[in-house]
Design a protein around this ligand. Structure first.
Ligand code: F6P
Length: 570
């Protein structure tokens, strides 16, 4: 049985009390499920008019289930036991959490790093099938990955048309090309945007082929759909939307803490949904996926979401105005039981939301809540205007690929240091000094630090720990994103959200570059252009960017990890 539990305390509970009655009287929930495109104002109406089909996917995606099962059996009969998904942002984040939660293996290739692509393309090719997912059909990372796999299958004497399955919108450039080349193509519902596409073919096909029970996922969403469509003060999506988008003053950092949820890696999916939907017009909500319990100080001005394990209690149990608890007691506790003691004090500055529910139920819950939060924030939750600027800058750099990169401000050991977005570097001449100089730009009451690592998120995984030490040292929220993956997630917020971020970018020379078949650029050149383009666009928005480039991977990474683990910008 699927259940959703949303409780709130402190500022989040006040936001619920303030906004939910109006959301109910405005009939927002029922109008949303009736695909009313006027809910976000006239400027958003055209885009919203072609982006609301996600409200019915628990029903309209059913016909896919048979096709997915048949294809899975055919591939298994062909000796396939490894599924690779090539896709960015909304085209890969949902399958990642669906498969991790189901405990089935899938390789998510959402990188253009040559060493990462080479590893994916050369491992167990005989038993591999590849899903190439792209709504637009024009995302360069995904197109490049497809080209690499097609060449690899051909060179291995494997019929690529039997091992590459394409998921794309009908009529996309990829749709026509792939069908003409003889590939199997599964079209997705075009009236769903990428970050809302978890229950479309983009979420279901790769996950189902990998062995996840995607029928159960739709069942779990179906079990709560009527609840989420109800114009009722008990509607958990109205409450969650009000809690994340309606605090006053706005708590625009949403710290997501895994406090025992069974939905593995849920934060990474919610991060794109919330950041890319709300981070525009100088406002928005920045998800901060915290590793472990959030530090006590977080509660002072952030909104903390504890993702707890589902319970099999009644479908909706709401303690919206339960007494708050003291942050230190919450921060101290390890992720654990779903029911924090409501009697402890959160203090008058805290804000805490607790959410429990099966994955299928939560995917729909958070999509509705984000759309509701977008209405409260006065933005269009269905466009991503600033993502294009970074892609354009990257294309410009690619046209100049091979030209020497801009000279570093200085080199410290195995790290080239570049400073963009203002004259803030001062006299710094070491990596720690440069990190401290950047952190001294951090707004101590509203700012955040974004670490953006264009590295190998498997082999360099422990670098992510620096986010926690920086969080503790600076007292400000720190996000960590792997490049170029975050460009399709928090990247929109970095450029279109509040101008209070400071940015640390880490890049490295690849072990060995890799050609992109049929292209004039290599994967290494493309990745460097993506990093350079994003840094330039951030600097153009007057955001301070510290670029740290590793000229020798291991030594350079050691220097960067050490500098980020000890600097506090004090
Ligand atoms: O599925 P596509 O068209 O390749 O886009 C991938 C991702 O890039 C974006 O369009 C921009 O980041 C996301 O909204 C989307 O999920």
């Amino acid at each position: 049985m699927s259940s959703i539990e949303v409780t709130a305390r402190g500022a989040a509970a006040e936001a619920i009390a303030t906004h939910v009655p109006t959301l109910v009287s405005d009939e927002v929930a029922s109008r949303l499920f009736a695909r009313d495109a006027t809910l976000w104002g006239t400027d958003a109406e055209e885009e919203a008019g072609k982006r609301l089909a996600w409200v019915d996917l628990h029903r309209t995606s059913r016909p896919l289930l048979g096709e997915i099962s048949a294809l899975r059996e055919e591939l298994r009969g062909d000796g396939v036991s490894r599924i690779v998904l090539c896709g960015m942002g909304g085209s890969s984040l949902a399958p990642e959490v669906i498969c991790a939660t189901a405990g089935v293996d899938i390789v998510i290739l959402d990188s253009s790093a040559p060493d990462v692509v080479r590893r994916a393309v050369t491992t167990d090719l005989d038993s591999t099938a590849v899903v190439v997912s792209s709504k637009s059909g024009s995302t360069v990372e995904t197109d490049s990955q497809r080209r690499a796999f097609e060449q690899a299958f051909t060179e291995a004497g494997i019929d690529a048309t039997r091992r590459i399955i394409v998921v794309t919108d009908p009529g996309s450039p990829l749709d026509g090309e792939a069908r003409a080349a003889g590939f199997r193509v599964i079209n997705a519902n075009p009236d769903v945007g990428g970050r809302y596409s978890a229950l479309t073919a983009f979420g279901l096909v790769p996950s189902g082929l990998a062995g996840a029970d995607v029928g159960a996922l739709l069942d779990d969403a179906d079990a709560v759909a009527d609840l989420l469509a109800a114009d009722d003060e008990g509607n958990p999506a109205l409450r969650l939307g009000a809690a994340i988008g309606g605090t006053n003053p706005l708590r625009d950092k949403l710290v997501l803490v895994d406090a025992g949820t069974e939905n593995v890696g849920f934060g990474a999916w919610a991060e794109q949904l919330i950041a890319e939907s709300t981070g525009k017009n100088g406002t928005g909500i920045l998800p901060v996926v915290a590793d472990g319990a959030a530090p006590g100080h977080t509660y002072d001005d952030a909104n903390v979401v504890r993702l707890v394990a589902s319970t099999d209690d009644d479908p909706v149990e709401l303690l919206a105005d339960a007494p708050p608890r003291h942050p230190d007691s919450i921060a101290a506790e390890q992720p654990g039981p779903a029911d924090p003691d409501p009697d402890e004090e959160l203090g008058d500055s805290g804000s805490l939301i607790t959410v429990a529910g099966t994955l299928g139920a939560q995917l729909l819950l958070w999509e509705v809540a984000t759309a509701v939060a977008g209405r409260l924030l006065g933005i269009n939750p269905f466009d991503q205007p600033d993502v294009e600027s970074a892609k354009e800058a990257a294309r410009g750099l690619l046209d100049r690929a091979g030209t020497a990169a801009e000279a570093p401000a200085f080199v410290d050991g195995s790290v080239e240091v570049r400073a963009l977005g203002g004259d803030w570097l001062g006299e710094a001449h070491t990596v720690p000094g440069a990190v401290s100089a950047l952190l001294s730009q951090l707004d101590e009451s509203e700012g955040y630090v974004a670490v953006m690592a264009y590295l190998d998120r498997e082999q360099d995984a422990d670098l992510e720990e620096v986010a926690r030490t920086l969080f503790d040292h600076t007292g400000r929220p720190v996000t960590f994103g792997w490049g170029p993956r975050f460009l399709h997630s928090t990247g929109q917020y970095h450029k279109g959200g509040p101008a209070n971020g400071v940015f640390i970018q880490v890049t490295a020379d690849p072990e060995e570059d890799l050609a992109v078949p049929g292209r004039t650029f290599t994967f290494g050149e493309f990745l460097a252009a993506q990093a350079g383009g994003d840094a330039q666009v951030l600097a153009d928005h007057d955001r301070p960017v510290l670029r740290l480039h590793l000229t020798q991977h291991d030594r350079g990474l050691g220097q960067v990890r050490s500098a980020l683990s000890t600097s506090s910008g004090a």
